[in-house]
Design a protein around this ligand. Structure first.
Ligand SMILES: Cc1cc2nc3c(=O)[nH]c(=O)nc-3n(C[C@H](O)[C@H](O)[C@H](O)COP(=O)(O)O)c2cc1C
Length: 393
């Protein structure tokens, strides 16, 4: 999987540092050649001898020393990828601001290849606005974030902040080193919630922010795809993303159906109204006229329209559920999709508008997989990993 690939593994000072030993072993087993950089704080949590025994080389910590001339530039020139696991809030902050006053961040700044980061910290630290800002900046800089996920934390706490499992970090390293693994793919993504006019100033809408769809579009673009993003929400900016701004379900249907026949993959993440006012008022409804009789009619079924195309793109549908996603399994067969991503929008941390999501992934063969609470960027990359895997079989 990683035969001969040269990886700098950065270990920072958090309780999850012990997982770095397991990750190092998995990377070595996959064929990678490792050089480990431990921050000074990391040495408080994990013995350097452990990492030396696993990798065959003593870890490096210092930027300056009698035996080194320019360790950061040497490591950066040597490496094919840099992985930081676990990544503390402090290291994320230094990376985001380019504060390269230690060997690890100096190496990352001197390095031009892919960087994978697996944050780990208490929920409060992860959710602090400073960390949110730093993570958003790093994602914007093209850093590949894996997790964190929800689960047991140090000190008996429970919540979002646990480091992703080493296997998932290895999978991300494999993905980034396979280069632009979506290169040549034409991808269609829909995002946001539709707005159906009641009169010229009012509409029936929903709470979708477009963040999940945006993250999916951005991840695809970064991985080499050419992306058409049909959205009602403010879009991300990337030269490989063409944005088609829409408002109503009918406009979204026209745009999606127009682009779908030319797409290899369609991920329909938008929250589309099922019903719209049959006859929107041409002028503003007045309170003095009393409550209007709002007659609704069905909107076009965008997913069904794409599923009916022959040939059709690889199709991923999203289903917002208000309860456990098990009811969504009938939808997989009924809708004719290749993957259905269901999420319980009433679950803590997984609703509309937030930066995290927890989803259930369902396949037509009946497989059901739970992806625990994690950042929408992390879900997006994991989804593309899965699509690459399914399409290559
Ligand atoms: C017992 C203990 C556990 C810690 N665990 C974490 C952690 O899991 N995540 C984190 O971001 N910081 C954690 N910290 C704080 C970091 O160690 C501290 O911010 C340090 O400066 C990080 O340095 P580094 O990023 O250079 O490794 C912990 C501190 C202590 C004392």
């Amino acid at each position: 999987m990683l035969a001969g690939r040269r990886i700098v593994l950065g270990v920072t000072g958090g309780v999850a540092a012990f997982k770095a030993a397991y990750l190092a072993r998995r990377l070595v087993e996959a064929g990678a050649v490792l050089r480990v950089v431990m921050t000074r704080s990391a040495l408080e949590f994990l013995g350097p001898q452990t990492m030396a025994a696993i990798t065959g080389t003593p870890p490096l910590t210092e930027l300056f020393g009698p035996d080194t001339v320019s360790p950061h530039t040497e490591l950066a020139a040597w490496a094919d990828a840099v992985v930081v696991a676990p990544a503390t809030a402090a290291t994320l902050a230094r990376m985001a601001s380019g504060e390269s006053d230690d060997l690890l961040v100096a190496t990352i700044l001197a390095f031009e290849g892919p960087v994978v980061v697996a944050p780990a910290m208490h929920t409060e630290m992860w959710e602090h606005p400073a960390t949110r800002r730093n993570v958003a900046m790093l994602a914007g800089d093209g850093v590949r974030l894996v997790g964190p996920v929800s689960g047991a934390l140090a000190g008996g706490d429970e919540g979002l902040g646990r480091m992703a499992e080493p296997e998932d970090v290895v999978a991300a390293v494999v993905a980034v080193l396979s280069g632009s693994d979506l290169s040549g793919w034409k991808v269609l993504v829909s995002a946001g919630g539709t707005r159906e006019p009641v009169d010229p100033v009012r509409y029936i809408g929903n709470r979708s922010s477009g963040k999940m769809g945006n993250a999916i579009a951005l991840a695809a673009a970064r991985r080499g795809a050419t992306v058409t993003l049909v959205t009602t929400a403010p879009p991300p900016h990337h030269p490989a993303i063409t944005v088609i701004a829409v408002e109503t379900a009918a406009e979204m249907a026209a745009a999606v159906w127009g682009a779908a026949p030319h797409s290899d993959v369609a991920v329909l993440a938008a929250a589309v109204a099922d019903f719209r006012p049959a006859a929107p008022a041409p002028t503003k409804l007045r309170r003095s006229a009393g409550p209007p009789d709002l007659v609704l009619e069905p909107t076009p079924d965008i997913l069904a329209g794409v599923a009916a195309l022959r040939p059709r793109p690889f199709l991923v549908g999203f289903a917002a559920e208000t309860g456990p996603a098990s009811g969504a399994s009938e939808k997989v067969a009924a809708k004719g999709v290749d993957l259905l991503i269901a999420n319980d929008v009433t679950a803590p941390g997984a609703g509309f508008g937030g930066d995290t999501n927890a989803v259930t992934v369902l396949t037509p063969a009946g497989a059901v997989e739970e992806w625990p609470l994690q950042s929408k960027e992390s879900i997006a990359d994991r989804l593309w990993d899965r699509i690459v895997e399914v399409r290559s079989h």
